[in-house]
Design a protein around this ligand. Structure first.
Ligand SMILES: *Cc1c(COP(=O)(O)O)cnc(C)c1O
Length: 424
């Protein structure tokens, strides 16, 4: 029988002894979640300011998504794609209309979504663009994060993520992020098939590029007959105040009547929050002239497009739309950055705040190898707010999008209290 957990200490000891040490978590053991709140094993309540890296935009255990999951779990969960099922078709129609693409290819995790897009782009390059086989180049940005598979880490800059995992997959070229001239130069190579990029670099520390970067990327790719692949696994699904971060400052909430202001990638990769935080689902969206290069037997996954997953995903997207979460993220994001800016102006311990919608980061005024950001996160946890440092001195703040304005102010008060305590 599985051991019952009565204390945080006991749970941490078990993970330490029996689990691979591939993460370095904050020492908080969570046992329950609801909306913007989490509770630990001892019953202490916290605001969640990470949202599982933006996978629970709809809030923890959203009742509507939970009901959809339970109902589908008792009806049909997995058929494999050897047969049709009665949920996949409706989901495919729903999600393609939702985001405005001809077709979707469903997978499970984000990294698989990225792999899928890379495979399609290469095949498109050889069969449609006429690039000689095995010579296709995919351009990526410095300091990217696209997942953890061997091919994906082949074009990472993170030495810790790469060291001793080689040999790597060839065919990738890195250029500076937010640099259109660098993209122009890279695309002079006729063998380039695609540019893969995050509209905001989340894992790198919430780097927000120039406001017109995405639009210019789309134009530049189009000019060179290169596919523009947007990895919106973290930034998508209302997180940044519009349905997609490529939507920029368009206020359509993504259901774009104003298509002219919407920067449209050729391929869109989604993951994280289309799960509603319940069940991993990822997806690659593209139009027919791209997606048609994939034929039976050339790509797939046993669980990709399973009835349980796509029912959950469909409901998770309905919640985003019905609860107008993009609008809420936009509104609360402005308030959050305003309040953080006041702290940055007042306290030397904070260097700057940046972000969009409810994907934000505060940079702590200390070296990357200092423990200040980690210590601040420990203090935040003590005062009931969970956030995690990244790259040593950056703290990412990304609560579920169902937060209220009062709750957000409450959270800013907690952050202010901690900042004050750390001011030297
Ligand atoms: C999280 C993330 C991924 C990887 O998703 P997994 O589900 O962890 O495989 C890929 N790209 C971006 C931008 C991400 O934030």
């Amino acid at each position: 029988m599985m051991e019952t957990i009565n204390s945080s200490k006991q749970a941490i000891a078990l993970e330490d002894e029996f689990g691979a040490h591939n993460y370095h978590p904050l020492p908080v053991v969570l046992a329950k979640g609801e909306g913007v709140f989490l509770w630990d094993v001892e019953g202490k309540k916290y605001y969640d300011f990470l949202s599982a890296y933006s996978a629970v935009n709809q809030g923890h255990c959203h009742p509507r998504i939970k009901d959809a999951l339970i109902e589908q779990a008792g009806t049909l969960t997995l058929t494999s794609r050897a047969f049709y099922n009665n949920i996949l078709g409706p989901f495919e129609k729903y999600i393609t209309e939702y985001f405005g693409f001809d077709k979707v290819l469903p997978m499970n995790t984000g990294a698989e979504g990225v792999e899928t897009a890379l495979k399609i782009a290469r095949k498109w390059g050889y069969e449609k663009k006429g690039v000689p086989e095995n010579e296709g180049v995919i351009v990526v940005a410095e300091n990217n994060f696209h997942g953890r598979t061997t091919t994906v880490i082949s074009f990472s800059n993170d030495e810790n993520a790469r060291k001793n995992f080689g040999p790597f997959t060839p065919g990738f070229e890195k250029i500076a992020y937010d640099d259109i001239e660098a993209l122009e130069r890279a695309l002079e190579n006729k063998n380039v098939v695609a540019f893969l990029v995050e509209p905001i670099q989340g894992e790198a520390g919430v780097y927000t590029p120039a406001v017109d970067y995405m639009r210019r990327v789309a134009e530049t790719c189009k000019k060179h007959n290169v596919l523009f692949i947007a990895d919106e696994i973290q930034t998508g699904i209302a997180r940044t105040g519009s349905l997609l971060a490529v939507c920029g400052n368009c206020s359509c909430e993504g259901h774009c009547e104003k298509q002219e202001t919407y920067t449209r990638p050729d391929m869109l990769i989604l993951g994280k929050a289309i799960s509603g935080g319940f069940y991993p689902v990822s997806a690659v969206l593209a139009d027919n002239h791209i997606m048609e290069v994939i034929k039976p037997g050339q790509h797939g996954s046993t669980f990709g497009g399973n009835p349980l997953g796509v029912k959950v995903a469909m409901t998770a997207l309905e919640v985003i739309r019905d609860e107008r979460l993009a609008l809420n993220a936009r509104k609360l994001g402005s308030i959050f950055r305003e309040r953080m800016q006041l702290l940055v102006d007042k306290y030397k311990i904070l260097k700057l705040v940046r972000g969009k919608g409810l994907l934000n980061a505060v940079v702590v005024n200390d070296s990357q190898d200092s423990s200040t950001a980690w210590d601040m996160c420990m203090k935040l946890a003590e005062y009931g707010l969970l956030a995690k440092p990244t790259h040593g001195n950056i703290i990412r703040f990304a609560p579920p999008l169902v937060m209220t304005e009062d709750q957000l102010h409450d959270c800013c008060d907690i952050i202010e209290k901690v900042v004050k305590e750390f001011e030297r």
